[in-house]
Design a protein around this ligand. Structure first.
Ligand code: PLP
Length: 360
């Protein structure tokens, strides 16, 4: 079966098979990776290898720290202002859909949030990545936050926006590692793991080291990025199994040939699905502005919503899983993260063509 879930999402089959094979006895440890001390040499080496592989995949410069944290991306919505904004300081936010709205809501108790631009159209729909005017960013803002890929709306920024002199913070939960990225453009890149990295609950934070020196706000040490950076992501017991799986995913990506190769594959997958939608003579539709269409999450609608239940039932029978759209916007959605093989998208577009012929 091919799993199109938006998250937690499919993991590469080779990764799951390796994890299965090593589940009871990990390497020379003669115990599961879940059963060994995070202070032991083997686990410390694993974290170091995961970080080194990620740095090499993404070309992360040395003046950036890499943190493996807990609490998913949502916790980072709150830690961001706590760590980067002084009491009373403001921060600018770009709103392009659900998750960038959530970032504002979670940030609000800790920073004076200002929505620099909200991309909703007159009907309240999010169908395009907005233009961001660097000159309009408050020069005193602690940062400018945006969500590079809105998982629910299927809206992705075609290019990294310009935030001028203010540090740019990007939520990359649903697009990280799908293609190369110029890390040096950012103050902070963060992501929940459960789409392109590994199991849910883990969060990745890539932060420019000078920002770790900001005092931020009164907070516990466990909520302090700098403390995690000093401890090499081992400040307290980390989610060891999740980090282990993430390490396997990074190694798999390197074996696949890296992010240039993944980008070519991901672009082909997305193009194939968008073509199937656009060439269906209105049977299927995706209303997102073509320049802002996500490579990772493709929401689409049937011309007759009354066919949704049949589509979902028959697709599931055909081994195409989790195509129901998000409850906030309805319809259908296919997520095409790195672990989705091209054959999975081909099976989906074949099914869609057949369904349209039978029901059209
Ligand atoms: N940001 C984006 C873009 C997401 O897609 C999600 C979840 O799917 C989140 C943030 C929230 O992540 P979490 O559930 O890990 O807190």
């Amino acid at each position: 079966a091919f799993n199109f879930c938006a998250g937690p999402a499919a993991l590469p089959e080779a990764v799951l098979r390796q994890a299965q094979a090593e589940l009871l006895e990990w390497g020379a440890e003669r115990a599961s990776v879940m059963e060994v001390s995070h202070r032991g040499a083997a686990f410390e080496a694993l974290v170091a290898q995961a970080e080194a592989d990620l740095r090499s995949l993404m070309g992360i410069p040395d003046d950036y720290a890499v943190l493996f944290l807990q609490g998913g991306a949502t916790q980072q919505f709150a830690l961001l202002p706590m760590n980067l904004a002084a009491p009373g300081q403001g921060a600018d936010y770009v709103v392009s859909g659900h998750w960038s709205q959530r970032a504002v809501a979670e940030g609000e108790p800790h920073v004076r949030t200002r929505v620099l631009v909200d991309a909703a159209d007159a009907a309240g729909l999010y169908l395009r990545a907005p233009e961001v005017d660097a000159a309009a960013v408050d020069p005193d803002a602690a940062y400018l936050h945006y969500c590079h890929n809105e998982t629910i709306h299927g809206v992705e920024f075609p290019a990294v926006p310009d935030s001028g002199a203010v540090p740019l913070v990007g939520d990359f939960s649903s697009t990280i590692l799908s293609r190369p990225l110029d890390v040096a453009r950012f103050g902070v890149i963060y992501a929940g793991a459960q789409k392109n990295i590994g199991p849910s609950g883990l969060a990745l934070v890539i932060v420019r080291r000078d920002l770790l020196e900001r005092a931020g706000q009164p907070r516990a040490r466990v909520l302090t990025w700098a403390a995690h950076a000093r401890a090499g992501s081992l400040l307290h017991t980390p989610p060891t199994f999740s980090i282990y799986l993430a390490a396997l995913v990074f190694a798999w990506l390197r074996e696949m040939g890296g992010l240039e190769v993944m980008a070519a594959i991901n672009q082909r997958k997305a193009q194939r699905l968008y073509h199937a939608i656009d060439d269906s003579e209105g049977f299927y539709r995706n209303p997102v502005d073509p320049a802002s269409r996500s490579w990772m999450n493709v929401p689409f609608w049937l011309h007759d919503e009354g066919l949704n239940a049949a589509f979902l039932e028959e697709s599931r029978e055909a081994g195409l899983l989790a195509l129901k759209g998000h409850r906030e916007i309805g319809g259908l959605r296919a997520s095409l993260y790195n672990a989705m093989p091209e054959a999975g998208v081909a099976a989906l577009t074949d099914f869609m063509g057949d369904f349209a012929r039978r029901k059209g």
